[in-house]
Design a protein. Structure first.
Length: 244
């Protein structure tokens, strides 16, 4: 009966809670009453016990913590780039008994340091944006497309000949950082016969460990920090991790 009710009304949500009770959620008292009437008389065709209506609430935390979380996810500790694919679990918090010491000036810096320390202990890395590139080119210059892609960390994953024509449509992934000057290089490699179109497709994690001295990842992070006029050294866990 509940499945039929859900299919008949897109606004109603039926679920089962941990106690085994069936819950019918609607958009108002009248809507729920109509759903119960339809369930009793048409879909289930049986009598059942109905509890008093309840309201769903949501738990939240202090605005200072929310604002700090937004601040942290906008500017991470490595090189102040936005975070992606990261979740912070707030497991235990001990606040000062004096209300004076529970303001934004105390909560926000402590929360920020905690989030930064959590990220640095979680093997942080960088993700780069990747273009989906579609290239239309004659078959006789296809080798130029492959060579141009290989020089720029590109990956060709599909090749479709166009029936009745000497043209081939190639699909490839190309890191955005390697796309500068790509069109000119491609035209030079194909004598101006290849025509690319690029659109953002996905993010991809860069290989390597950014916290490893002398690695290419560390070099990239330090380059970004220098461009942003930040201190040209990797952030240390001791800068944020407090131990009693």
């Amino acid at each position: 009966g509940l499945k039929k009710l859900s299919k008949s009304d897109q606004l109603v949500v039926c679920s089962v809670d941990e106690s085994g009770e069936h819950v019918i959620a609607g958009c108002g008292e009248l809507h729920v009453e109509i759903c119960l009437k339809d369930l009793r008389e048409e879909f289930a065709q049986c009598d059942f016990t109905v509890s008093d209506p309840v309201v769903s609430y949501r738990e939240t935390i202090k605005d200072h913590v929310v604002n700090t979380f937004q601040w942290v996810t906008k500017e991470g500790p490595l090189c102040e780039e936005s975070l992606r694919g990261v979740r912070f679990n707030l497991s235990e918090v001990l606040l000062h008994t004096d209300k004076v010491h529970r303001g934004a000036g105390q909560i926000m810096p402590a929360t920020r340091r905690c989030c930064f320390a959590s990220e640095l202990t979680g093997s942080p890395t960088l993700q780069e944006p990747v273009f989906l590139v579609e290239i239309t080119t004659p078959k006789d210059v296809l080798s130029g497309v492959y060579s141009c892609m290989s020089l720029r960390r590109g990956c060709i994953f599909e090749e479709n000949p166009r029936e009745g024509t000497p043209l081939v449509q190639v699909k490839a992934y190309l890191p955005v950082s390697e796309s500068f000057g790509f069109v000119a290089a491609l035209r030079q490699a194909t004598s101006g016969q290849a025509f690319p179109q690029s659109v953002f497709d996905h993010w991809e994690s860069l290989p390597g460990n950014c916290l490893e001295k002398g690695s290419k990842m560390e070099e990239l992070v330090l380059g970004i920090r220098k461009r942003k006029s930040l201190k040209v050294e990797m952030p240390s866990l001791t800068d944020y991790l407090d131990k009693l």
